[in-house]
Design a protein around this ligand. Structure first.
Ligand code: ATP
Length: 286
């Protein structure tokens, strides 16, 4: 079972019908990708690209129009969801429950018998400190986000799905999330991370899928892509003017330098530049 993907999404599609109208919105159009064990997988795309809808179909909250998602090598079932933790975008924490009560409720819904220790541990891990017994309606947005994250983690899921986990968090909270994601990976668990914070995605993810208008615009390992787009900037001064030439690959660099020196140009710098995820995102998704 080691080689079976933790999550396999196959041609998932969702069309929403507009009420009282013949119009419809094709939110997701045949999206496929796989998440392996121990992998942190980035799910990116501009606003309205279909990320949240895809994550809701994976977790059974929205019924697909077509296509399927299988978890741990088996067709989707509510049983397989026991091994999944989900932090939705704009999570709802019942306003009359305290963080401890809410996360205990979530733990019991995941069939945990004696969850007290795990509940305290999960809330401490996400940094909900001394507000643990206050009603949720009195808590800040960032604290509620931390409570919801604890609820997604409490049953020690093998696949953690995070939809915009940095929403409303301060720098310390964002660091908590980054550390948590790396901790999950170190334990051999998998994380599917949807985020607009590209620097975090670049730091954490092994592989990414970029959605555009409901379709996959790019899917692949991050390292390979960023290496593939490796280029070198050569700055020259020629006839009292500065010129920047972009060269790809060693042969091209040698060629540019040889010609420049033969013309009597002065080489000011030769700087390797790697494409950032931000640049890749703009190129592929916008
Ligand atoms: N319940 C719904 N009914 C009708 N349309 C919907 C519904 N949910 C989402 N949509 C539409 O589907 C499209 C995709 O929305 P979705 O929330 O999946 O995008 P997203 O990539 O998560 O965006 P964001 O980054 O802004 O969260 C949008 O056009 C949205 O308006």
């Amino acid at each position: 079972m080691e080689d079976v993907p933790v999550l396999a999404v196959s041609k998932l599609a969702k069309t929403f019908r507009k009420p009282f109208s013949s119009k419809s919105i094709e939110a997701v159009r045949g999206v496929s990708f796989e998440v392996e064990r121990g992998q942190v997988y980035g799910f990116l795309g501009p606003n309205g690209a279909g990320k949240s809808t895809t994550l809701k179909m994976i977790t059974g909250l929205v019924a697909p129009t077509s296509g399927s998602a299988s978890l741990f090598g088996a067709p989707f079932s509510h049983d397989s969801l026991r091994k999944v933790g989900f932090l939705p975008e704009n999570p709802y924490v019942h306003p009359h429950l305290s963080p401890r009560e809410f996360v205990t409720l979530c733990a019991r819904l995941s069939d945990m018998r004696e969850p007290a220790a795990r509940v305290s541990e999960a809330l401490a891990r996400t940094g909900v400190g001394d507000t643990i017994d206050r009603p949720a309606r009195t808590l800040s947005k960032g604290t509620l986000q931390r409570v919801a994250l604890a609820a997604a983690l409490v049953h020690e899921p093998e696949l953690l799905i995070l939809d915009e986990p940095m929403g409303g968090l301060d720098p310390a909270g964002r660091k908590h999330v980054r550390d948590l994601v790396l901790e999950q990976k170190a334990k051999g668990n998998s994380v599917l991370l949807s985020s607009h914070v590209l620097s975090d995605v670049e730091l954490l993810c092994d592989r990414v899928c970029i959605l555009r208008s409901g379709s996959v615009a790019f899917e692949g390992p991050l390292a390979g892509v960023l290496d593939e787009t490796f280029r070198t900037e050569i700055t020259l001064i020629e006839n009292q003017k500065t010129d920047i030439i972009i060269a790809n690959g060693e042969a091209e660099i040698a060629d540019v330098l040889e010609r420049a020196l033969a013309r009597g140009a002065r080489v000011v710098s030769v700087t390797p530049k790697r494409e950032t995820l931000e640049e890749l995102f703009v190129r592929r998704a916008l």
